[in-house]
Design a protein around this ligand. Structure first.
Ligand code: BGC
Length: 401
């Protein structure tokens, strides 16, 4: 199976004024090579799916990536998240933002693990700005990479960090600030180890925030297929625990060409469409050895299988959502904290993908959050203006506003 490695994606653009955020893109000439990308079957032809209870005030969100999740000493987003920009997001129809924050870089390594006050103030400001524009906030504890590889060595520190975060924001309104104690657990932070640390973090938060919504990611980068492993309090024991997943399957489509992803042998392979097969077969890179048989098999299937069985297609997505459905049937509200398709994929395929995932989430009443606004998966080109076709697919617009 694949490895997903994340070392961050850079935000390259800046949007200093609202005007520069909204300048319309020039009319693009359609690339004739893209014409054969198939249409997806309509919603009405898809298998029935259960509906969960909704999360109050939360339906459509966008991740404000590459800002407070930049490694200490770097600034991936020099333009920050200005008021005009947040007002723009709100006008577009988003009701919440997910704020990835790299708290672990801004706290003492030893007890009492104090979080830097200056950094905390930046987080306060970001939350307050979002709230000014009627955007609820998911406060997401992002990129604590050391805990992934040495969970026990970092358990006490993670607990101490959450004690401080939870106490600082305990007076905030319950509906507009939600906590996500760990983004994308991976490597050794899985199975019983993750369940046990997640339980410690939940109990820590509950001491100061008995009723706040807590979003808990599944292991393996929040894979839907790992949702069944999560051992959470039942909805009766604690109705404010929300299991969460991220949707980047099929990974070789959504992350094609991503410089930070693995296998490295695939970073030069682009032109994978959704749904497949594509207009012309994708060559299997010669560097794909026997240890990467899954990549070879996937590409072979992608090149050969008809649209209804293609691994880059709807069947794959329906399989992923089947894991989600089990939790809905147990009475949980589920949250989709990240999904998206990278800008190296053609726009028609990105639109197909984004529309499909959004529709599958919305018909289950699952609140979703696109990754992200202006990084490599961008829906908004913060330099030139909106990436309109993707925006229409994301926000279910028939014509751009
Ligand atoms: C990471 C980003 C990455 C995205 C898609 C996020 O969780 O923080 O750096 O671009 O996932 O891989």
């Amino acid at each position: 199976m694949k490895t997903r490695q994340i070392i961050g994606s850079l935000s390259v653009s800046s949007c200093l004024t609202l005007a520069s955020c909204t300048t319309p893109l020039s009319q693009e000439t359609p690339d004739p090579k893209l014409q054969p990308v198939h249409e997806l079957p309509p919603l009405s032809s898809r298998p029935a799916a259960p509906k969960s209870a909704s999360i109050k005030g939360l339906q459509r969100g966008i991740n404000l990536g590459n800002y407070l999740d930049s490694p200490k000493g770097t600034n991936w987003r020099p333009d920050g998240i200005g008021d005009d920009y947040l007002a723009h997001l709100s006008q577009l129809g988003f009701d919440h933002v997910r704020l990835p924050v790299r708290f672990a870089d801004y706290a003492l390594e030893q007890a009492p693990f104090t979080i830097d006050e200056g950094f905390f103030k930046k987080v306060d400001d970001a939350i307050a700005s979002a709230h000014r524009h009627k955007l609820s906030v998911i406060l997401d504890f992002h990129h604590y990479e050391k805990i992934m590889h040495e969970p026990e060595a970092h358990r006490a520190r993670a607990i101490a960090l959450w004690e401080q975060i939870a106490q600082r924001y305990q007076k905030q309104a319950l509906d507009t600030l939600l906590f996500e104690p760990m983004n994308e657990p991976m490597d050794k932070l899985a199975g019983d180890v993750w369940n046990s640390i997640a339980s410690d973090l939940i109990q820590t938060i509950r001491k100061s925030n008995p009723k706040r919504l807590i979003i808990v990611d599944s292991a393996y980068w929040a894979a839907a297929s790992r949702l069944p492993e999560l051992k959470l309090p039942s909805p009766k024991q604690d109705p404010n625990i929300v299991p969460s997943f991220h949707m980047y399957e099929p990974y070789l489509f959504t992350h094609q060409g991503a410089p930070w992803s693995t296998p490295k042998e695939m970073t030069a392979t682009k032109a994978i469409v959704f749904p497949g097969p594509g207009p012309k077969p994708v060559a299997i890179p010669s560097a794909i050895g026997p240890d990467l048989a899954w990549v070879r098999d996937w590409l072979n299937d992608y090149n050969k299988k008809p649209v209804q069985d293609n691994p880059s297609g709807m069947t794959r997505i329906i399989q992923e959502f089947a894991h989600v459905d089990k939790l809905i049937q147990q009475g949980y509200r589920v949250y989709l904290g990240e999904f998206g398709a990278i800008e190296y994929a053609d726009m028609k395929s990105r639109e197909n993908y984004v529309r499909l995932i959004r529709e599958e989430a919305e018909r289950r009443n699952i609140a979703w959050c696109y990754w992200d606004d202006g990084g490599a998966f961008k829906v908004i080109d913060r330099k030139k203006g909106d990436v309109l076709p993707l925006r229409a697919a994301l926000l279910n617009e028939t014509s751009a506003k």
